[in-house]
Ligand binder design. Structure first.
Ligand code: EPZ
Length: 415
């Protein structure tokens, strides 16, 4: 079960539907804690990180159940305030539960968050945000303890852009007193979806998608049912699968409008696509051009989560491409595995130079984190011979069923 086997060399040609977004669903699950009632997330991805967040909510007293891909969260009795360290260290998103716990009951205790090893991943911006809102925070060796009888609205200026810290501030302020204004916010679609979800629950949040978000505190929230948006990173990953095999695929439920920077890069390589009413038809048969230089950036720039998948594609395009990873300081861990497959890539700090070559060869490789693991699947689809990927548990954190989807797209893959 822990391995994925791929026989490469076949251009993809098939159709798949895009799952719900991991990075939209997780903050929505934390937001559900703010309401002493039931929230239903429709089309929620059945992935490891969501199951982990579900276990955390259950440990706090919530009742949760699934009906197909619809996740029901009844937080009526979720009055626990301690998040077990074992769960917290399973993923990064656990840290935003602190804001929701403070918002709901003025206290919270949480183990240090885990998550993919793509850099130090500090949480200083999260803690500074909560302190600015009036929380007292102290840290023990195993946990962060926060208390704040009442969150008081204020202005918060983020020194640097952070998706998680922006979500932290939004969640903590929803039930607070007065108005909180967050400045220098992240503009990712997931922030905009969180605002839509919170407002449907009865919150009063404006500005998501811009640098400035205002949250006017309300007394209580209400039951709601909300559709989780499709996952833009999964969609980008599958477009890279088409690109690396020079195939032609159809993606249903594809959030093309949230992939502008990626689609520009895809076209620069020679990829073509048409998009109509959420269905994207991609023709990657003419992919042949390296990318002279591309830097990952905060939204709407090129997403860091698609850097490794793009690198896999560039490894198969003759000529030199140059990537600069500007968000995380250690997001080239998968390069060493690409080299085992015959890729020619040099890394120095945040720079990676890829000398693409016509073909890679199959090898035994190991996934070390989520998006790098997905990139190894892509490389296996292009490689001659068989590639065996260990460490698939990392891939399952964010992809509901990558084998099912790649099979539907015409790939030769098995588990
Ligand atoms: C979110 O992580 C996503 N995760 C990541 O996706 C994504 O790569 C990242 O945003 C950037 O888009 C979820 O939404 C669950 P950040 P997050 O805070 O919030 C530094 C995936 O593969 N920073 O925007 O942790 C940080 O080290 C994952 O789905 C601080 O210095 O990212 C990084 O260099 C991987 N102090 C930069 O900011 C802090 O307190 C951006 O991180 C917080 C962050």
């Amino acid at each position: 079960m822990e391995q994925i086997r791929i026989r490469g060399g076949t251009p993809l040609c098939g159709e798949a539907a895009i799952q719900g977004s991991k990075n939209a669903a997780l903050p929505m699950m934390a937001a559900a804690l703010l309401h002493k009632g039931t929230s239903v997330l429709l089309g929620c991805p059945r992935i490891a990180d969501v199951f982990c967040m579900e276990k955390i909510l259950q440990s706090l007293g919530a009742a949760t159940w699934w009906e197909g891909n619809n996740l029901h969260l009844d937080c009526q009795s979720a009055d626990g305030f301690q998040v077990p360290a074992a769960y917290a260290k399973e993923m990064r998103s656990s840290v935003i539960l602190l804001g929701a716990l403070l918002g709901r009951q003025g206290k919270g205790r949480i183990g240090y968050p885990g998550g993919c090893i793509i850099g130090k991943r500090p949480i200083d911006l999260h803690l500074q945000t909560l302190q600015a809102l009036g929380a007292k925070i102290f840290e023990t060796d195993e946990a962060i303890v926060a208390s704040c009888p009442k969150i008081k609205g204020c202005h918060i200026y983020f020194p640097s852009v952070s998706v998680g810290a922006t979500e932290q501030g939004m969640l903590a302020a929803v039930l607070g007193e007065g108005t909180t204004c967050l400045h220098n916010c992240a503009k990712e679609p997931e922030i905009q979806w969180l605002q839509k979800f919170l407002n449907q629950m009865g919150a009063s949040v404006t500005g998501a998608g811009t640098e400035n978000i205002s949250i006017h505190g309300v007394k209580a929230l209400k039951d709601t049912r909300f559709s989780v948006p499709p996952d833009r990173i999964v969609a980008g990953t599958y477009l890279c699968a088409a690109a690396i095999t020079r195939g032609r695929i159809t993606l249903k439920n594809c959030p093309a409008k949230e992939l502008t920077a990626f689609l520009l890069a895809y076209q620069k390589m020679g990829g073509q696509y048409v998009e109509k009413n959420g269905t994207l038809l991609a023709d990657a048969s003419r992919i042949a051009f390296p990318i002279v230089e591309l830097t990952t950036a905060v939204y709407p720039g090129f997403p860091t989560d698609l850097q490794s998948p793009l690198m896999a594609v560039l490894a198969t395009i003759p000529g030199q491409s140059h990537l600069i990873e500007n968000i995380f300081e250690d997001r080239y861990k998968t390069v060493r595995e690409f080299l085992r497959m015959g890729a020619d890539i040099q890394v120095r700090g945040r720079d990676a130079w890829i000398n693409g070559r016509k073909c890679l060869h199959g090898a035994n490789v190991t996934a070390k984190e989520l998006r790098g693991g997905a990139a190894l699947v892509l490389a296996g689809l292009a490689a001659h011979g068989e590639t065996i990927i260990s460490g698939r548990q990392y891939i399952d954190r964010g992809y509901e069923n990558i084998c099912r989807d790649i099979l539907r797209l015409g790939g030769n893959i098995s588990e």
